[in-house]
Write a protein that binds this ligand. Sequence first.
Ligand code: CA
Ligand code: CA
Ligand code: CA
Ligand code: CA
Length: 313
Amino acid sequence: MTGLPSLALPDGTDASGVADIEFDAYGNAYAIIGFAGNPALRDSVIQVPDFNYLIAIENFDGGASWTRLVDLGAYELLNNPDGQDVNTNIFDLLIKDNRAYVIDAGGNDLLSLRAFGSELELETVFPARLTTNPFTGTEMLQQSVPNSITVGPDGAFYVGELTGFPFQEGAQVYRLGAEGQPEVYAEGFTNIIDLEFDKAGGLYVLEYDADGFLNEGVTGALIYVSPDGTTRTTIADDELISPTGLTIASNGDIYISNKGFIPGEGEVLRIENPIANGSTYSLSLSPFETTNPFAQASSRLNPIDLHSSSLCG
Ligand SMILES: [Ca+2]
Ligand SMILES: [Ca+2]
Ligand SMILES: [Ca+2]
Ligand SMILES: [Ca+2]
């Protein structure tokens, strides 16, 4: 498809554009168009209205067959849920039970849009916490910068955070409780950029910069956390350069978008999974199975979807 907006500096760095794409239970595609910064600048300076939107893709016919669904930048401008700076950077999209969930790394929150709905709902805000400014030695508030969301084997949402300045180790994986409140599930990571569970309940955490932005190393890391949380294994490190995304195939193979922030050098790596053995867990009710229990439930509930709602609206 064509006609999607993107934005970068003249040398191609600091690029924004489609940050994620997901499909609903009926195969319809949705995407989020990122724009890191104050959303007011989108209209006053950039003058491209499509940034900060969740969009529905009508079809992959080579044309610009897509529709803007909802403006997450306007939501931040009006509500600023974290009470800090007015800032958006929508980064990860997830669709579950006829609802689209969007993680806003700039807004430090999780927003959702119900099928047939037009109103965004605030699911949760990820709290800032006190840390020490390494340059001044004074206490400061460090923002969470949540940027990745997945569904765990228990059906709950799990969210990874990059952490804001000073970007040092201490990034956490949150589990969202019944009321949506974030509880720490695992900690001690650095600059998380994506996460996903395997069929056995093991968690794979992708670090964008394993020694933090302020230290000169540029390699990331892929860390496996055992289902009981007691064991951590580094699966990949030196070959990961500014990795930006992770997914696990049904056979357990790991796919990583690598060099995601380097103009002209982006690539997808496939890593044979040294941990997971899909055959052992083939009967598991994992949300990542092709016989997706969420998909079955939602198709029973309703044959219409987010995609159709965009055509009606
Ligand atoms: Ca804010
Ligand atoms: Ca996603
Ligand atoms: Ca670094
Ligand atoms: Ca992912």
